[in-house]
Design a protein around this ligand. Sequence first.
Ligand code: SOE
Length: 400
Amino acid sequence: MAQQESEAAAPTLGVGMVGYAFMGAAHSQGWRNVSRVFDLPVRPVLAAIAGRDPSAVQAAADRHGWAAAETDWRDLIARDDVQLVDICTPGDSHAEIAIAALAAGKHVLCEKPLANSVTEAAAMAAAAEAAAARGQLAMVGFNYRRVPAVAYARQLIAAGRLGALRHLRFTYLQDWLVDPEFPLTWRLRKEHAGSGALGDLGAHIVDLAQYLAGERLLGVSALAQTFVTERPLLEGASAGLADGGPGDGHRPRGRVTVDDAALFNGRLPSGALASFEATRMAAGRKNALRFEINGELGSLAFDLERLNELSFHDHTEPASSSGFKRILVTEADHPYLAAWWPPGHALGYEHTFTHQARDLVEALATGAPASPSFADGLQVQRVLSAVEQSAAHDAVYTPV
Ligand code: SOE
């Protein structure tokens, strides 16, 4: 952290971001707003952003409020005014950038999934562990932990309100790949994305299930499917989800090399059973990350498309009057919310990135370990890899 005199008196943290598409825009918003909403011991400053295309990265810098633009991430890492590197690129570059940034003495925030393989993720976790001994922090961007209703669900479970957990049921459903003419963006190519719905969406729900339960999956059994195996090749670079526009049916096609959907089950050390479904082919579902957790004393249910609400059933109440009740998670004593608006004035998707920036800065200032750490990201990567191995065997028993 640079001890600089500023109008806000707090010391500053120079942030450098690599990547400026969807996630870059979302993270930029978090960094820009965080010290305006939360009282922080350290004030993040948007020092520089990096991307390969000079005019596009300059436009992103201007739009999102970054003081400078670089066309090589190595130059970004080398800057004296950058103390933290935020990696918002496709998964194939995470390991190289993160390891270089940690070696250069920078703190790192890296988008999920941590990497495209267990080998890469393990190298990143080892670099993070060595860097932690030098006082550096490395965090993975599992932003849905920072939805107030999700953080509140964690508090309820940790306080024992559900008792022993029995079932964890997680789905993450989107529909932006239903159209077979949707182009072959980087998210559909294994060499760039590592996997499909599994790494993109499954990584979030694996992390959330383990975070909420406070324990890690012992093993999984899985099925995966690619429904549309060829898609129109992109014209030009791919940035957002739909860049390149739909094909016209005549564009040359390329092979989709990742899953469209993944389905898996697992067991937790406590004996609880967990089920997961990740797909980008669920027509009508835009961003439906949903969970229901059933315990011996009660249940919780959540839907990201209604993210200010948490449903809670307290099974210790008389059966005649018990049932799921809808808690509007907008009270000042709910996680993160004291800093925001009066009760009932709801938050959205973007605020998870402000909360992520806040938690990271707090950890830096207090010396608390990063959470989720690169070690946590590695463990999620191991689960994703186990899912892929199980799905490759397609071990489905035929009814006889
Ligand atoms: C696209 O499926 C995507 O942007 C994911 O990559 C994000 O991680 C998720 O939060 C929203 O959907």
